[in-house]
Structure formats: structure tokens, C-alpha cells
Design a protein around this ligand. Structure first.
Ligand code: F6R
Length: 366
């Protein structure tokens, strides 16, 4: 049932070209310039007039929500707030009937996320779900929603569900933008065409595995690890850190790269590997300065770079190439080597990657 892989997690990492394809299937028509999201079609008017979107989720799903915030604000120009469901539900949040609340949950059973949407529903908000498990509790209490169709995720650490959530949020960002007229049709078609190619690019990104194994060998005994990224790669850094800590039990933290100098820089020494997402996009030069700051303090830099990069390669200790893509789609590709890195380090440390200690696949108690 593991399809020849040693663990479900590895199988699920390698399934991503297909799971993203499944997630996009029947929803994206680049030639016609159409996104079809049947599950939320009845709410087009709501989407056109929405003042604010609140995303509620926990864990990895919350990280996907943060990527969604960057994309929805960028393209649809609607203010987005991303909330930990557990915090949101207990602080008497300000919600009105004009709000759209999006709950993201792989399992569709997370207790805090359920409670958050029940509260928002009581206050009159419209609730959308982005869930993976069909017919789970959350999709049953939302007004409408979109399934991620990533297929069953068995490994406790979320991998293919995350990239499917990000894919749905990307589609939603373009869809909302089109409905609200904040994107030109030609740009819309251009982005859809790029998104349609992502499954092939994920396939290519997976070719980094051999390089990742070498890096894992080198850093498997580290006690700590820092993950840094900017823009929509910041949530990818958070996700990279969560993955490493949950399955390898190495203490890891994710930060926006520019925040490093406000604290974490004090931790940097020869025993602190720093993983940068340093792909060629609008903040490339800024990330390069952050890398220099780490190198100047004796830190070891592992950088995820765009194919053909030379500048970062010249200064990082290790680089992992991913295919060149528009900034919008970097999270879908940069996540792949980080998943593999955690996986290999955890296996080398003898950890139970599919069932890490103290963790459950669905958290049905608060
Ligand atoms: C991390 C992980 C957890 C879940 C979180 C939310 O790998 O699996 O952080 O993401 O418990 O679960 P769902 O998405 O089922 O609501």
C-alpha cells in the first residue's frame, strides 16, 4: 500500500505532481480563460462585494492560509486576515454578515477550526471550506466549499494536502480577482497557463532528491535549524520548520528573512544551519543581503534557488535548484525540497516519520 516507498510520507511527497493535477482537474481552462469552482459558484455575488476575508485554520493548513493571504490580496485586492482557529474562537472576534470566512482543513475534523466556523456562522458570515476528506464534519457545516482532491493522506505530517490547499487558494485568488475585475483577462490567462504547468514543474523539483540526501547527511545531527523566506516564501519557511520539528524532533523556527536582525541573528554560529528560500523573484536582492549576514557570522547556508542561479550559489554552502517560475507559484515548488529534507533527516535519525511521537492525524479535541 506504500507503493514501493519506505514510508507513506515519501509516497505522498512523490504523489504531488498527480495530486496537484487532480486538484486542478475540471477547474482550470487556460485556453478559454476560465476557472470553474462549482462548489462556490452560487456565491459569486458575495465574492464580488466582499469587504474582507478571514481565513481560519491550524498547523500546516494555517501556513497554506498565509500563502493564500499573499495571493488573494495581490490579485483580488481584498483584505485578508489569517487566524489560528484556536485564538479566533476565544477572543470575541469582530465578524459581520459581510465577511467571508474560509476554513482550511485537511481532515475536516479539527475541533478548533470547527468551533471557529460555528462562531462565525452564528454571527452571520458566509463560510467556505477548503477540505481534503470528502464528507467530513467541516464541509458539512460550511455554506460552500472546494475539495482539494489530494487523495488520502496517511502520513501524519501533511505534505500533498498542503500543496493542494495552496493550489486551491491560488485558483481562488485568480477567480475572485476575475469576478471583481482586479486582473486583466490577458494576465488571468497567462497565470492560468503557468498554473497548469505546475504539476510538471513539481515533477522536476523532485529531482533534487539526491542533493537533498547529501545535505541531510551533513546536517542530521544539528540541534537547531532556522528557515527564512520573504513574501509568499515566508509561510513556506514556516512550513519547512514545522515539518522538520514534527518528524525529526530538531528544534526549528521559520521567520520572515528580514526579521532575522530583530532577534534570531543572535543564534547564528557554526552550529546553526539556515535554510533560505532564495528564488529569483522581486525580493531576490534583499534575500542575498540576508544570506551575507548569516555567512558573515559563520552560519551554514542551505539555499533553495531557481534553476541556473549563480549569485546565491557563489555564497551558500549548499544549494538546491527548483525550476524557474513566476513568483506566484514559488510556494508550490519551494515546498518540495523542504519536505524531502525533513523526511531524510528524520529517517537518518531513526524517527518514525509516518507517526511522529505525540501527534495525531486529526485533532478532534481542543
Ligand atoms: C502538520 C500537521 C498539522 C495539521 C493541523 C491541522 O504536518 O499535519 O499541523 O496541519 O493539525 O489539521 P487539519 O488540516 O486536518 O485541520
Amino acid at each position: 500500500e506504500k507503493g514501493g516507498y519506505d514510508h507513506f510520507m515519501l509516497k505522498e511527497i512523490y504523489e504531488q505532481p498527480r495530486s496537484i493535477r487532480d486538484c486542478l482537474r475540471g477547474r482550470i481552462y487556460p485556453e478559454q480563460g476560465v476557472v470553474q469552482l462549482g462548489g462556490i459558484k452560487e456565491y459569486v455575488e458575495k465574492i464580488k462585494n466582499v469587504d474582507r476575508i478571514i481565513i481560519v485554520a491550524c498547523g500546516t493548513s494555517w501556513h497554506a492560509g498565509l500563502v493564500g493571504e499573499y495571493l488573494i490580496e495581490e490579485y483580488a485586492r481584498v483584505p485578508v486576515e489569517v487566524e489560528y482557529a484556536s485564538e479566533f474562537r476565544y477572543r470575541n472576534p469582530i465578524i459581520t454578515s459581510k465577511d467571508l470566512v474560509i476554513a482550511i482543513s485537511q481532515s475536516g475534523e479539527t475541533a478548533d477550526t470547527m468551533a471557529a466556523i460555528e462562531l462565525a456562522k452564528e454571527k452571520g458570515a458566509t463560510i467556505f471550506g477548503i477540505c481534503n476528506v470528502v464528507g467530513a464534519s467541516i464541509p458539512r457545516i460550511t455554506h460552500a466549499g472546494v475539495y482539494t482532491h489530494a487523495g488520502p493522506e496517511i502520513g501524519v505530517a501533511s505534505t500533498k494536502a498542503f500543496t493542494a490547499q495552496v493550489s486551491v487558494l491560488t485558483l481562488m485568488a485568480f477567480y475572485i480577482a476575475q469576478q471583481r475585475g482586479t486582473i486583466t483577462q490577458s494576465k488571468f490567462v497567462e497565470y492560468l497557463t503557468e498554473l497548469d504547468e505546475i504539476p510538471q514543474l513539481v515533477e522536476k523539483a523532485l529531482l533534487c532528491n539526491e542533493e537533498v540526501i547529501k545535505i541531510a547527511e551533513r546536517f542530521k545531527d544539528s540541534a537547531n535549524c532556522l528557515f527564512l523566506g520573504r513574501g509568499s516564501s515566508f509561510p513556506v519557511a514556516l512550513e519547512g520548520a514545522l515539518k522538520l520539528k514534527e518528524i525529526s524532533y530538531i528544534h526549528a523556527e521559520g521567520y520572515p528573512a528580514a526579521e532575522m536582525k530583530h532577534g534570531p541573528i543572535a543564534l547564528i554560529d557554526a552550529d546553526m544551519p539556515v535554510v533560505f528560500i532564495a528564488t529569483k523573484n522581486s525580493q531576490y536582492e534583499k534575500v542575498i543581503s540576508n544570506i551575507q549576514e548569516v555567512k558573515a557570522r559563520g552560519g551554514h547556508v542551505i539555499a533553495i534557488v531557481s534553476e541556473g542561479d549563480t549569485d546565491v550559489k557563489a555564497m551558500a554552502d549548499y544549494t538546491i535548484e527548483i525550476p524557474l517560475t513566476g513568483e506566484t507559484f514559488v510556494p508550490l515548488l519551494a515546498t518540495i525540497p523542504l519536505q524531502l529534507l525533513s523526511y531524510h533527516i528524520a529517517v537518518m535519525r531513526g524517527c518514525n516519520v509516518d507517526q511522529p511521537r505525540n501527534l495525531a492525524k486529526s485533532v478532534t479535541v481542543e
